[in-house]
Design a protein around this ligand. Structure first.
Ligand code: C2E
Ligand code: MG
Ligand code: MG
Ligand code: MG
Length: 276
């Protein structure tokens, strides 16, 4: 241990930074391998319409099936994938896989539904995004109305002009755009009314804790969405009380563990059969 002139040893600090850096480098090279060796999977979480009681969509959620560590949730690698730019290739894979699978379900005779794909900022800012989406739809044969792209509030509110243009082109293609984790970022009501957004996804933080304040926020998000002609979906619904509250407040759709966890495709189709 090396002591500096003040007698403190910052060696430990330094080594922990280099450890972290090493871990990041390891993960980066493992992420590249994951793409090459097909270690990514999509799990799908059903979205239920509260008026028709039908499944109207599923959200595609990325999983990394690591050969040694098992399933790794996106929260542990998306950040690094964004920093390294790998998110572009990963995102291309996700979009193609989600569209391919959704089309396959339709071909098997399941009731048509939307698949929602999460986009990171880097993906959304790509110049060729709209072209990529168009090609993916052509290649997989999925109709555009069955693809929804989720972006976060913060993404929507920065760099508004380009975002607005991209959104218009996506809408022209027939794809829908929703704002994910609504209520946790920077909301600008002005842009909300200008953007051709079709749906708001209320962040689970407001749904999970049944406090009066949260309920008031949820109510006003629902009312605002409807007055702006948008649909609204609640994320993270875990209990029947939450379901009842959302039904009473005329929330359009819900998604959460109460209903189903994100499922691998085989389990999802089994689950569809059991619910009829
Ligand atoms: P998100 O898009 O907001 O997805 C919802 C997250 O909430 C998922 O976590 C889901 O498993 C979890 N969840 C669903 N229902 C409940 C519930 O009732 N209670 C609780 N406590 N949690 C619930 P997950 O799969 O770990 O994904 C985390 C985040 O990672 C996602 O948040 C999304 O921002 C990001 N992500 C996932 N897949 C992708 C992807 O393909 N591309 C990009 N760029 N980001 C992704
Ligand atoms: Mg999402
Ligand atoms: Mg969310
Ligand atoms: Mg999110």
């Amino acid at each position: 241990v090396i002591k500096d002139k003040h007698g403190s040893n910052y060696n430990i600090f330094e080594s922990s930074i280099s450890e972290k850096f090493k871990a990041m480098l390891t993960m980066e090279s493992e992420l590249r391998k994951a793409l090459k060796y097909d270690q990514f999977e999509l799990h799908y979480q059903p979205q239920k319409c509260l008026t028709s009681n039908k499944i109207v969509g599923v959200e595609a959620l990325l999983r990394w099936k690591h050969p040694v560590k098992g399933y790794i949730p996106p929260g542990e690698f998306i950040g690094l994938a964004e920093k390294t730019g790998l998110i572009i290739d990963i995102g291309d894979w996700v979009m193609n896989e989600a569209c391919r699978e959704n089309k396959a379900w339709q071909d098997k005779g399941f009731q048509p539904m939307t698949v929602s794909v999460n986009l990171s900022a880097k993906q959304f800012y790509q110049r060729e995004l709209v072209d990529k989406v168009k090609k993916t739809l052509q290649n997989t044969g999925l109709s555009p109305e069955y693809l929804e792209l989720e972006i976060t509030e913060t993404m929507a509110m920065t760099n508004e002009e380009n975002i607005l243009e991209t959104m218009y082109h996506l809408r022209k293609l027939g794809v829908t755009v929703s704002i994910d984790d609504f209520g946790t970022g920077y909301s600008s009501f002005k842009y909300l009314s200008v953007f051709p957004v079709t749906k708001l996804k209320i962040d689970k933080m407001f749904i999970n804790e049944n406090q009066k304040q949260n309920q008031a926020i949820v109510k006003s998000i629902i009312h605002m969405s409807h007055s702006l002609d948008m649909k609204v979906i609640a994320e993270g619904v875990e209990t029947i009380e939450q379901l009842r509250f959302l039904t009473k407040e005329k929330c359009d759709e819900m998604q959460g563990f109460y209903f189903s966890k994100p499922l691998p495709p085989e389990k999802l189709t089994k689950w569809f059969r059991t619910i009829g």
